[in-house]
Design a binder for this molecule. Sequence first.
Ligand code: NDP
Ligand code: X2W
Length: 346
Amino acid sequence: MIKVGIVGATGYAGSELVRILLGHKDVEIKWYGSRSYIDKKYASIYQNFFQLVDANCMDDNMEVLADQVDVIFTATPQGLCASLVNEEILSKVKIIDLSADFRIKDVKVYEEWYKLEHKSPQFIEEAVYGLCEINREDVKKARLVANPGCYTTCSILTCYPLVKEGIIDPNTIIVDAKSGTSGAGRGAKVDNLFCEVNENMKAYGVATHRHTPEIEEQLGYACGEKITINFTPHLVPMNRGILATAYASLKKDVTYEEVKAIYDKYYADEKFVRVLEKDVCPQTKWVEGSNYVDVNFKIDPRTNRIIMMGAIDNLVKGAAGQAVQNMNLMFGLKESEGLELVPMFP
Ligand SMILES: NC(=O)C1=CN([C@@H]2O[C@H](COP(=O)(O)OP(=O)(O)OC[C@H]3O[C@@H](n4cnc5c(N)ncnc54)[C@H](OP(=O)(O)O)[C@@H]3O)[C@@H](O)[C@H]2O)C=CC1
Ligand SMILES: CC(=O)N[C@@H](CCC(=O)OP(=O)(O)O)C(=O)O
């Protein structure tokens, strides 16, 4: 059995890790880390785990944790993993960080967009960006994985094949994305109160959202040049789900069949990416509770642009599910172990 510790098990991403890992046949959760609930029963915080989890919450002492487990998931605020990790810990355990601390290769870009000083820049280079469909072979060898952001997972996988194949001009990409409020975590914030979110929709982080450089960096690797894009997130009155609609100019005339063949080239063998049938638009409800990414596209001949669409569950493929997918690769397990979750509908 693989022994797992979760730092930040009491957050939304951490509790989703618990939900998924309880159904994973090769895993035993040894450590339910928390800052505010140390020594409290984990199942008293999330009663959905009543009679399923007997453990108490523990602190976030990674030094101690590293002697007791094989892998640590850090599902904690930005900066925390970088402030706790060190060479001794990394020599004993694998780390999958759900925050952004090791996603961006240029530390100056990270510090500028996150308004934080990076506490462990020495590990940035070796960290593998854990988007399994693109970096699978590197993830298998990694001891530190930077689990991608939720909007970024959805946006990158939606656009990746057409950027990689040079079908679209990547500098014309505009991603318009919507997220449910669980994307903002469990912490109390006025912006996420019922009256602020219910029956409402709002853009935020316009031209400043920190997922912008992450999308630019990864799509930049795909086309082999630095790119800039527009990314606008919106908060919508749902618990879970992200829908990304991306617009870009086509570099040449292409038919539906040609573009479909490109998506199929990259995704036909990918268990968790479903390229939908012609004219079917992805919906968040069709992926809810699952690790799937549903994608599709439509060519608009009037504007010579293509509209690419993707949907994920932000807590599963956008966070905990992808983290477990990474763990499976790192430990040589079946990539989909524990993740064969059928989407919930309605
Ligand atoms: N929510 C989502 O959809 C996604 C989240 N992520 C990332 O995952 C991480 C967790 O997000 P999310 O679960 O939403 O956030 P939450 O606010 O719901 O949870 C944060 C967790 O971190 C713990 N924590 C906070 N501060 C500290 C600290 N100083 N030391 C130790 N533990 C601490 C909290 O513990 P306690 O409450 O017990 O004090 C809690 O368990 C973030 O980096 C986020 O960006 C990534 C992709 C998607
Ligand atoms: C709705 C909402 O607030 N979503 C979060 C993104 C969550 C995520 O993916 O977080 P990290 O990249 O920070 O790990 C936000 O926009 O900040």
